[in-house]
Design a protein around this ligand. Sequence first.
Ligand SMILES: Nc1nc2c(ncn2[C@@H]2O[C@H](COP(=O)(O)OP(=O)(O)OP(=O)(O)O)[C@@H](O)[C@H]2O)c(=O)[nH]1
Ligand SMILES: [Mg+2]
Length: 367
Amino acid sequence: MNPRFIMIGGFLGAGKTTTISRLARHYISQGLKVGIITNDQTTDLVDTHSLRSQGFDVGEVAGACFCCNFNELTSTVDQISSDALPDIFLAEPVGSCTDLVATVIRPLVLVYQRPLDVAPYGVILKPSHGAKILRRETRGGFSPKAEYIFRKQLEEADFIILNRIDELPEKEANEIVGLLEADFPGRTIIRTSARTGAGFESLCEFLEQRGLFGQRVMDLDYDVYAEGEAELGWLNSQATVTASAAFDLDLFLLDLIRRLYQRLAASGSETAHLKTIGLVDSSYAVANLVSSFTEPELSLPSNCRVCSAHVVVNARVAADPVLLEAFVREELAAACCKVNATHVINTLQSFRPGRPVPTHRLTTETV
Ligand SMILES: Nc1nc2c(ncn2[C@@H]2O[C@H](COP(=O)(O)OP(=O)(O)OP(=O)(O)O)[C@@H](O)[C@H]2O)c(=O)[nH]1
Ligand SMILES: [Mg+2]
């Protein structure tokens, strides 16, 4: 049997990594071998560290999105396959990318030499920003160009995953489903919680389907897409934090995210996803913020007191990257000061994503 290739899309902070981690655990518990492929515009990706810390076999495509770095995607598939061929690949594209059917799924089917059994393409809807965008609220949130990307991501989906139902009142979930049905008629919508596992039976069932999937090639205005992506400041950084007395790693990360949350809120910058991981030997903790109007949270606690940790910060925020860098440098210093720690920033990249130039773009309607 050819390996199954499951790509899970969705906007920044929608829950892709959490969903992929849960799917990986599910498939592994069935005795299947799973390979995960992460993707980012640059190195030091929190998701890669987080998934590897959970024990998964992870290959990372760094430096550009899957579509612009297609050959790196296929060589990562080859690398993961070199020991033993996985039964299932789980792939997470960059959350500001769209046009993935034409630039990733169809080239995997039509150009790549290794036969893959490509699953229906599911896109996760993030309720915090999604509800505003679907309701066409003009207040708060992102610019129209970033919203264009959000909508285009949903348009090309074979099915839409409404995530975070654990915290979404049923009335609001029903409203979002109604708005999705009006804007994207005919799409199956699956309600899930990647946190609790609710709805995952239906998700796994849908992912098992075979047929005419991955066919929704779209008209896309690459100028608007590029400008929408470039409105985001992107920052990846990795630091070593050291103290003479042990400090609580979870509280440290949460304090750092809270500080950044306050700085970004004060500057009126909308957060797409702010995430940080603290790594110590075999323990790790992750803290996140997924919008300016939700609370920072500790998504994966370590329950550890430590004297030293590697701390990786990833920020995707509608803000000038220079400002973002200043905030991260200042608030990391302040968070360290609070626990009487010193720190060294080992790497830091902050930039606006460049114009997407796909390696392939296959727009014919059928195979
Ligand atoms: N309450 C709740 N939180 C969730 C759920 N799924 C994800 N989250 C949280 O949402 C945040 C973002 O989740 P990720 O899985 O990192 O999102 P992502 O789509 O991979 O984000 P990017 O890779 O940055 O685009 C984390 O704090 C998760 O713990 C869910 O079903 N319920
Ligand atoms: Mg992720």
